[in-house]
Design a protein around this ligand. Sequence first.
Ligand code: GAL
Length: 689
Amino acid sequence: MSPRLGMHTLTAGRGLLFGGDYNPEQWPEEVWERDAALMRAAGVNLATVGVFSWARIEPEPGVRDFGWLDRVLDLLHDAGVAVDLATPTASPPPWMGHRWPQTLPVDESGHTLWYGSRNQFCPSSPIYRRRALALVADLADRYADHPALALWHVGNEYGQVCHCDVAAQAFRDWLHERYGDLAGLNEAWGTTFWSQRYGDWAEILPPRRAPYLVNPTQRLDFQRFTSDALRAHFRAERDLLRARTPHVPVTTNFMGLFKPVDYWLWAGEEDIVANDWYPDPADPDFPARAALTHDLIRSLGGGRPWLLLESATGAVNWRRHNLPKPAGQLRLESLQAVARGADGICYFQWRASRFGAERFHSAMLPHAGPDTRAHAEVRAHGAELRRLAAVVGEPVPARVALLHDWPSWWALEEPGRPSDRLNAVDQLFGYYHPLWRRGVAVDLAHPEADLTGYACVVAPNLYLISDAAAQALTGYVAGGGTLLVGPFSGVADPNGHIRTGRFPAPLRAVLGGSGEAWLPAATDRPVRCRWADGREFTASVWTESLRVEGAEAVATFVDGDLAGSPAVLRHRHGGGVAWYVATIADPAPQAELIERVLVDAGVTGVLGHPGAGESGVGSGGSGGTAGPGEMPPGVEAVRRGSVLFLLNHGADPVDVTVSDPATDLLTSEPVSGRLTLAPRAVVALRPPR
Ligand code: GAL
């Protein structure tokens, strides 16, 4: 990542970015002029252009038609709209698959995925690569000096997976690089199991449809390979762009907690980390899920400002049932992203399509035109974002790190484990949610990252753990840190092989306890547990049979064979404290657990300890009650730079008490004392300078 070309290259002179995908190839030219004028009126200053324009630019192999794109870029530039110009390589034209069917992706069952949709390419195809790069080079040559060009958008939402013969050869090459020889591969894949030993590289295949369970390490490596193959293609395009336009940052659009691609490895390849985020209004937890996603994206970029490149003003075409977004929701979602470090908010798309698979996808400009509530909200919000100049470029400081690792996610969710009910994202969210409810700022981090700057590290699940990560976590606690580790962690090595001995073998010393059996829980009754003070709580899904080895049992199981054995361990190790949780606690005890861990770490929410009434905000009105340390229900609090954002995601007004006088940047009104946050209200409070 090049700090030289971060978001500031875009925000300088523009402030927060606001805009969306623009697909002018779907419209006659007279509409383009209207679009440019309407964009200007809506405060749009960034448009992503050309994502799906390959067939328009290259109608037949080797032919180029850039004239229309010249006019689009000129028009946008004249309207004051900067362009995020896409390499249109996500959707090759039909001629590619027709003439070169070997460029088409093949699924696990050997079925070709045909053109007529999008994304139909094999990431390892040299023909696809060659034709894509030729087009990218010409595109970059053509627009290198165009004044509208502000950002390169490589491809779109990388995630293609291909199991074809070309991919098979690329997979073998990748494995050769990783293991050196077949002996290494056989060892790593454990091929003495089920007579799977390979005697020739040519025998090795991507995981394909087989009579029964496929080798889990083969599948794990294929996921690593696929992420790397996509990244290699991204790099090839990026390098062409950088060579021609070293002054223009390069990005691609991520998809949050998207399983197929290891974004920790990807993020460093880009100048700006960008994300597409489509919260589901029917999901009651979506505000916290959004916060988690935004925190991930900010963290992938090392804390630097990021770009929300796609979101929806309303319905999407790919959900089976779209609940409407109420008035004010667009603004609330946008400001949440800004509060969590976004320096730009964009939508898919500017003008709603009349035809094609996305004809019922919402847009900034709906089918009904500008004289609509939806467009009025867009315009009002575009204008309002100008008021937030004070947060542009500002960081979101966090003292808690939440660990997440893609290979561990892949390995954990392989078939053939003790229970398929313990999943990586559920675990992540289960630990994130109580932190969010407390207004505790969180960074996501890779398990091998330098964690010494954090007061508290939470590892909801580290099924697969490297020796380096285990040593670093142990050292982190010895050095004074507070660590919380969730169940079924420290189980496997990077090959996905079980680490033998009492578990979690590499974390046993730091956790001060160990286990001997993973015991998924009955589905028809809760798991009863008891805190050391005698109060009971319930958990579900999972239990483990543990014993203490220096730790205290903070909670124990109540029933059956596990009666009296530890459910939660707390262990002083060196200067710090480590916790281990051997079950999945219900939300209230989970919140209590987090609260106790935060006390050990000396971490409070951004407003101190609101539930205890010490400072910051207090709840009231009809907003319900908050547990110890929690924000009033529905309220999110996060500080970006010196600005404190309070957002009410709830359906009821909430009274909050603001202890220090401040100005709400969104209204320029002074605020102090009691303040009522209406449903979907946001304040951005800046202390007096
Ligand atoms: C994204 C994609 C866009 C558009 C959008 C619809 O996945 O990048 O091109 O399809 O979804 O929600």
